[in-house]
Design a binder for this molecule. Structure first.
Ligand code: CTP
Ligand code: MG
Length: 226
């Protein structure tokens, strides 16, 4: 039977956050940001192993105590120059079975819940291709001109915002990322193979912490869910 594993790319710098500390280690609800996603993934009984992909020069990971997660949490110091490279390197080093499912999840989405995970796994476990958590676009979309004035209004119908986890068979995903390395998410690489990943309805609470003003919202949600 194929197993479920998680792979968390956490080898970025957080340039848009603009803090001296890499984003994944910023304090959030009393823990480094990456703790929250790792905690949720390690607490999911369906998931066998949680790999966290760190920069080769990372010196911060081992300054925290991760012993509560035991062997289920596996740090891999093989991050690359881009998110796609970090994921591809992690897949190579983790040596998963090609048929195993891998759930790739951003370290910067700390508000992921067990309910989100259960929905994703439940809807995709018998799927041919795999898929992603996503939310339909709610706001009206404007295209900007070079002077930051509105040049037109874009059609919103049928547009979704991609989140993570993104869940694919390990072998297929490794092959897809090998052939298409410039992508910003796993689904794009799978799409480039001509396949059509499923959109699994998520919630906006599973947002990506990107800018300094996102930290307060994430902290409020984490404290509420405790
Ligand atoms: N990531 C990674 N390796 C990289 C770049 C990003 O593992 N070379 C990870 C980040 O650590 C993060 C996830 O990919 O957990 C999502 O990326 P993003 O939110 O864009 O984080 P950063 O790239 O660190 O931030 P920024 O784009 O603002 O620099
Ligand atoms: Mg980035």
């Amino acid at each position: 039977m194929s197993e479920f594993h998680a792979l968390v790319p956490a080898a970025g710098f957080g340039a848009r956050m603009g803090n001296g500390l890499p984003k994944q280690y910023l304090p959030l609800a009393g823990k480094p940001m990456v703790f929250h996603a790792l905690d949720t993934l390690c607490s999911c009984p369906e998931i066998s192993t949680v790999f966290v992909v760190l920069a080769p020069e990372d010196t911060l990971f081992h300054t925290y105590d991760w012993s509560r997660f035991g062997d289920k949490l596996q740090p891999l110091f093989c991050g690359g120059a881009t998110r796609a490279e970090s994921v591809a390197n992690g897949l190579l080093v983790s040596e998963l079975e090609p048929d195993d499912w891998v759930l790739v999840h951003d370290a910067a989405r700390p508000c992921l819940t067990q309910a989100h995970l259960a929905k994703l796994i439940g809807e995709l476990r018998d799927d041919e291709v795999g898929g992603i958590l996503a939310v339909p676009v709610a706001d009206t979309l404007k295209r900007a001109d070079t002077g930051q004035r509105i040049s037109c209004t874009e059609e919103r119908a049928g547009l979704w915002q991609a989140q993570t986890p993104q869940m694919f068979r390990a072998g297929l995903l490794a092959q897809a990322l090998q052939q298409c390395s410039h992508v910003t998410d796993e689904a794009s690489a799978i799409e480039a193979l001509g396949l059509r990943p499923k959109l699994v309805l998520s919630e906006s609470s599973n947002f990506k912490v990107t800018y300094p003003q996102d930290l307060l919202l994430a902290e409020l949600l984490l404290n509420k869910n405790r």
